[in-house]
Structures are given as structure tokens and as C-alpha cells.
Design a protein around this ligand. Structure first.
Ligand SMILES: C[S@@+](CC[C@H](N)C(=O)[O-])C[C@H]1O[C@@H](n2cnc3c(N)ncnc32)[C@H](O)[C@@H]1O
Length: 273
């Protein structure tokens, strides 16, 4: 199996068991201005009528986009189970929700005014080809807006979880570790600009926003433990990780019992030249 095929097989298997994991973790998170990361991204394509969501998962972002009247929406994803959940959303009754690879989009040239992608572009192999495909399906002047992960806010529960997870994964046998996913260039401004430029995009905006996932320790655990790396670990290792996290997170809790937990996202917008 090629590296790309192995990555995609892993993602499909993970999401067949956890089809709504990202929305469950991030749907309740809030930026300092009160918006979710999905709303922040949706606002980047205001006024664009035909919008494609790459790696749409269970359709949470598409549902936000459907709040605007008269839109034509489409989403692609590798996971049939996540797409099945998206199809259950009444707001997406008319959206085209297709099982497909972002590297090989089943749409005609110029079919969309905007393309969005929430926490998905950074996972995709052969991202240069993805960029070329996005450019192909956008009309002239089209916009790509995406959210990619930016890591933990220091001193809070996401960072604590990352340290405990790192230790757990180091002790796990090789067949319990995830394959390397995506292309690191997508995680910083210059790298993403380098990926997008050959496809004809110019970076228009890049900003980093903290998303607050704070809450009772058990809820924070369920958000942070949705991460891919936990999927292949055996049950005993996950149970130990959970115990260690809940014990150490208790020390971070405020008087109201809420455990502070922040995750940074990068929000990027690029335009076709
Ligand atoms: C972390 S989830 C995010 C899901 C959704 N965008 C959200 O934020 O709720 C990443 C999604 O990207 C999809 N994905 C990853 N690589 C893909 C590819 N090459 N083509 C299409 N979908 C892909 C996965 O199947 C998964 O549903």
C-alpha cells in the first residue's frame, strides 16, 4: 500500500468508528469573540453562493453555511459514516454530499465560488494536487478559506494532555501508532502559501485564534481524547491515560471546577489570482 493509501485507510477506519468526533470536540468551543471555529470560517466566505467543503465530515460547517439563503452547497469526504450523519441534517437536504478524495474532485471546472475546509487540509497527502484541484473547481476570483490546527495553549489542559499522550505513544508498540498524516507545510503561513502559489493562489489573510474548550474535567477529556493518536491505542493504555489526565487536570481546575483548555487554530484565506 502506498503512503497516501495507508493514510487514507487509517482516516476511513478511524472515522467509521468516530464519525462525528471533530464536531463533538470543537462544536462547543468558542473564540474570544464568542464564535465557534466553524462560524469564523463560515464568515470568511460571506456572499459566496456556491461553496464546497473539503473533508466536510458530519456536515457541521455546511450547516453553518446553510444559514445564508440561496446557497448551493457541496461537501466531499473519505468517510461514508460521517457523510451519512451530514445527510441527516435537514439544513443539508439539498447539498451534494459525495464520498470522494480531495485530490480527485468529482466536479466540473469553475463549479464553485468558494472552497472551505475545517481541520482537514492539514491531514491530506499530496496536498499540491489538492491545491490544484481546488483551483480547478473554483471560478475566477474564487476564495479558499481554511482552518488548520495550531496546537495547545500553554499551561492549560490541552498541553497537559499532549504531554501525557506523547509519553503513552512512546511506550506503545509501533502497530499502535498512527501513520504520519498530511503535509507539515499546511500548518504555517509561509508553508501554506508555498503549497498554494503554484495552483494560482495568493495568501490574503492568516491569523491565529485561541478556541476555548474549558469545562468540567470529564468533558474536557472527551474533547481532547478525540485526537487521532488515541484511536489505535489499546483499551488499558487509554484507561491509564484518562486516569492520569483527570488526576492532573484536577490541579488546573478553578474554584468553579472548570478546567482551562485552549486550542489554537490558524484561519487562512487565499484568493485565486
Ligand atoms: C478532523 S476531521 C474534520 C471534519 C470536519 N471538517 C469538521 O471539522 O467537523 C477531517 C476530515 O477530513 C476527511 N479527509 C481527510 N483526508 C481527506 C481527503 N484526502 N479527501 C477527502 N476527505 C478527507 C476525513 O475523512 C475527516 O472527515
Amino acid at each position: 500500500m502506498t503512503t497516501a493509501a495507508a493514510q487514507e485507510a487509517f482516516l476511513k477506519a478511524f472515522h467509521s468508528e468516530h464519525p462525528a468526533v471533530t464536531g463533538d470536540a470543537f462544536g462547543g468551543g468558542r473564540a474570544p469573540d464568542g464564535r465557534t471555529s466553524y462560524e469564523i470560517l463560515g464568515d470568511r466566505v460571506t456572499g459566496r453562493r456556491r461553496v464546497l467543503d473539503l473533508g466536510c465530515g458530519d456536515g457541521m460547517l455546511l450547516e453553518v453555511l446553510a444559514r445564508a439563503e440561496g446557497r448551493r452547497l457541496a461537501g466531499v469526504d473519505l468517510s461514508p459514516e460521517s457523510l451519512a450523519l451530514a445527510r441527516r441534517r435537514p439544513a443539508l437536504a439539498h447539498a451534494a454530499l459525495v464520498e470522494a478524495r480531495a485530490q480527485d474532485l468529482p466536479f466540473t471546472d469553475g463549479a464553485f465560488d468558494a472552497c472551505v475546509s475545517h481541520l482537514a487540509l492539514m491531514l491530506m497527502g499530496d496536498v499540491d494536487r489538492v491545491a490544484a484541484e481546488i483551483a480547478r473547481v473554483l471560478s475566477p476570483g474564487g476564495v479558499l478559506a481554511c482552518v488548520v490546527g495550531g496546537g495547545a495553549v500553554g499551561g492549560e489542559a490541552y498541553e497537559l494532555f499532549g504531554a501525557l499522550l506523547g509519553e503513552t505513544v512512546r511506550q506503545a508498540p509501533a502497530d499502535r501508532r498512527i501513520p504520519p498524516l498530511g503535509d507539515r507545510r499546511t500548518r504555517d503561513r509561509d508553508g501554506l502559501a508555498e503549497v498554494l502559489a503554484p495552483a494560482g493562489f495568493a495568501m490574503a489573510d492568516w491569523r491565529t485564534v485561541p478556541i476555548d474548550l474549558s469545562g468540567p474535567a470529564e468533558r474536557v477529556w472527551s474533547s481532547v481524547s478525540g485526537i487521532y493518536d488515541v484511536g489505535p491505542l489499546d483499551g488499558a493504555a487509554v484507561a491509564r491515560l484518562r486516569r492520569a489526565f483527570l488526576t492532573e487536570a484536577a490541579a488546573l481546575a478553578g474554584p468553579d471546577g472548570r478546567v482551562p483548555c485552549g486550542f489554537r487554530i490558524h484561519v487562512a484565506t487565499a484568493r485565486l489570482r
